[in-house]
Design a protein around this ligand. Structure first.
Ligand SMILES: NC(=O)c1ccc[n+]([C@@H]2O[C@H](COP(=O)([O-])OP(=O)(O)OC[C@H]3O[C@@H](n4cnc5c(N)ncnc54)[C@H](O)[C@@H]3O)[C@@H](O)[C@H]2O)c1
Length: 238
């Protein structure tokens, strides 16, 4: 498979390593220094593109890929306020789009456990729920995209919480997400249900970036040759 890599930072380099190990070819590498090379003509050399740049640049890059009609895997976080526009562009051009706040297989299993735990906890109003995420100090967005996905899953079942806040809870209907920035943490997410009697806590701790990179390459393998909008659940068969 021929891959266009958009963003050649920590994740782009980790993805390159995994992609080469899996027998793929990187035919285009775009970073801030050659961003002007992200053109439809250059993208046409690739079967699939993988975008890991950051909150400020992701949407522009996604739209260029959608307009070029290429299947695109997006790992950048902090840009999802534009997701509907990206999906509309995908449908219009016949491209393919797979966006995930976290590509690691372990976190996607953790998402399923989080949904199930929230369903089980919903009738038990004595428990208060809160989230914590820890990442390295270079991370630009807070809370993490993964924490937002986890919070939205909690909010879908725990109806006395109406919205998340990126602080300690002030009002009872606030779902607190505490963000901590500590090097070199690649990503730790904890959901805690606390009562006067006991606590129930689930936690995912990434030890390195390999899980995200492997998941992104698996997603790219899944997406090549497809049209339309997909999620990691489609890749993993959940
Ligand atoms: N979805 C996931 O599983 C997952 C996992 C880890 C990180 N992330 C997210 O991926 C993004 C990148 O993370 P990282 O750790 O690799 O960051 P990084 O800062 O190490 O790398 C980002 C790279 O993008 C480049 N860049 C910036 N603007 C650009 C532009 N307009 N065009 C091309 N390249 C540009 C930068 O020069 C840099 O090399 C972040 O948003 C992060 O939160 C997602």
């Amino acid at each position: 498979m021929k891959i266009a890599l958009i963003g050649y930072g920590k994740m782009g380099k980790a993805i390159e390593e995994i992609a080469l190990q899996r027998g793929h070819e990187i035919v285009l590498t775009i970073d801030i220094s050659n961003a002007a090379d992200l053109t439809a003509a250059n993208l046409s050399k690739a079967d699939v593109a993988i975008e890991f740049t950051g909150p400020e640049s992701a949407f522009g890059n996604v739209m260029k890929c959608m307009e070029a009609g290429i299947p695109l895997v997006v790992g950048s976080t902090g840009w999802l306020q534009h997701l509907q526009d990206a999906e509309a562009a995908c449908k219009k051009s016949g491209a393919a789009l797979l966006v995930a706040s976290n590509f690691s297989v372990g976190v996607n299993i953790f998402f399923e456990i989080n949904k199930k735990l929230a369903q089980l906890m919903a009738p038990h109003k004595d428990y208060d729920v809160a989230l914590e995420e820890i990442h390295h100090t270079q991370k630009k967005d807070a809370p993490s995209g993964t924490a937002i996905t986890l919070a939205e899953q909690v909010l879908a079942s725990i109806k006395n919480k109406t919205h998340w806040v990126n602080t300690a809870a002030v009002n009872p209907d606030d779902l607190s997400i505490i963000s901590k920035r500590i090097d070199p943490a690649p990503g730790t997410h904890t959901i805690t249900y606390s009562s006067a009697i006991d606590d129930i806590e689930i936690r995912h701790t990434a030890h390195n970036r390999k899980g995200f990179a492997t998941g992104a390459v698996l997603a790219a393998e899944f997406l090549a040759g497809k049209k339309g909008i997909y999620t990691m659940s489609d890749v993993l068969g959940f």
